[in-house]
Design a protein around this ligand. Structure first.
Ligand code: ACO
Length: 322
């Protein structure tokens, strides 16, 4: 049986760090409030000359180096992002060019914070069906560009960053299954109201930023993460005790803790990195994965449950042997 197996992980965080205290200098908030309500200590913000393609490229190069492959072995590049460099071409083709390769399929995928899990699902299906042997899946975001830095209800929550994995066809177990879902009925609970196809309307300039009903999103995220975890484990005959690591979307420590509690996962087996980089949307899971691989927490052969929830709403999971 052929599996899509992660053979390398990588990540990149911009050098500029904005602490909670830094934010408190320009808006009515405090380090204490942010830590208590979100678990976030700091976030990284892209410099003026860094874009999603720049930071996505660094994460991809990092993963490719860890995988020990040559770039010309890559035959699929997927970039999950809500903040592409341009309307077109895709950020994936910009990264492809900067990697110095051409010819393989490369496209962007937009599923908000669930984008990386969606990307894993697509790449897994390509690899298992023989359509690709080696795929790079990148989650990269410059959310600072769609954050209203005067709105304390959202500005404290988000950050910039990128993570990536190299997947390769293998006889050794890798991705067991990925599941993706969406329900567009509650679009306005979490969205950026302005968009390309609506036409650029200067009178609505303030709507070019993230808007969110935090309480409603919180409740929905916890309930959905719990149901997808149960669905995934039951669907594959896996007991939660068999999981070595739970790697959730890093939105907010309270959401992660509540989801882990409902699932009955002790926090020692939950990867938490949101304190270091805040919510980086589609980059958050590959970032958390790479950090835990590099610091030695996640070991080869261990069983991982990845879970995401985001705007749309979209949600998804991946059960995999690392
Ligand atoms: N600093 C200080 N006070 C603040 C801040 C801030 N940054 N933001 C809001 N407040 C105030 C509010 O104005 C309110 O004041 P009031 O009582 O005088 O009206 C008070 O704090 C409480 O506000 P709530 O919104 O009720 O606070 P809550 O405990 O719900 O926390 C939060 C807000 C952190 C946004 C929470 O709802 C949450 O985590 N929601 C999930 C949203 C999320 O993570 N979204 C990310 C995108 S979706 C995803 O990735 C899953």
């Amino acid at each position: 049986m052929t599996y899509a197996r992660i053979i390398g992980t990588g990540s990149y965080l911009p050098a500029k760090v904005v602490t909670n205290d830094d934010l408190a200098e320009s808006m009515e908030t405090s380090d204490e409030w942010i830590r208590e309500r979100t678990g976030i200590h700091r976030r990284h913000v892209a410099s003026d000359d860094e874009t999603t393609a720049t930071i996505g490229l660094y994460a991809a190069q990092n993963a490719i180096e860890a995988a020990g492959i040559e770039v010309d072995e890559i035959d699929l590049i997927l970039v999950a992002t809500t903040t592409p460099d341009k309307v077109f071409p895709a950020t994936a083709t910009i990264i492809q060019r900067r990697l110095g390769i051409a010819g393989c399929g490369a496209f962007d995928l937009q599923a908000a914070c669930s984008g990386f899990v969606y990307g894993l699902d697509v790449a897994d299906r390509y690899i298992r069906s023989g359509g690709a042997r080696t795929a790079v899946v990148i989650g990269a975001e410059t959310l600072s560009r769609i954050t209203n830095w005067e709105d304390r209800t959202t500005a404290v929550l988000f950050g910039d960053g990128a993570g990536a994995v190299v997947l390769q066809a293998s006889e050794e177990p890798g991705i067991v299954a990925a599941h993706i879902h969406a329900d567009g009925k509650q679009e306005e609970l979490l969205h950026v109201p302005q968009g390309i196809s609506q036409g650029y309307d200067q009178t609505r300039a303030g709507e070019a930023y993230i808007q969110m009903n935090g309480n409603a999103v919180f409740r929905k995220a916890v309930a959905t993460l719990d149901s997808i975890a149960r669905e995934t484990l039951a669907g594959h005959g896996v007991e939660k005790e068999q999981l070595d690591w739970f790697v959730p979307h890093q939105a907010n420590l309270r959401i992660i803790t509540a989801a882990a509690k409902k699932l009955g996962m002790p926090m020692e087996r939950v990867v938490v990195t949101v304190d270091e980089h805040a919510n980086t949307s589609s980059a958050s899971i590959p970032l958390a994965l790479d950090i835990a691989v590099r610091d030695g927490r996640i070991q080869r052969g261990e069983l991982l449950l990845l879970e995401a929830f985001g705007a749309g709403f979209t949600w998804g999971s991946a059960l995999l042997y690392y």
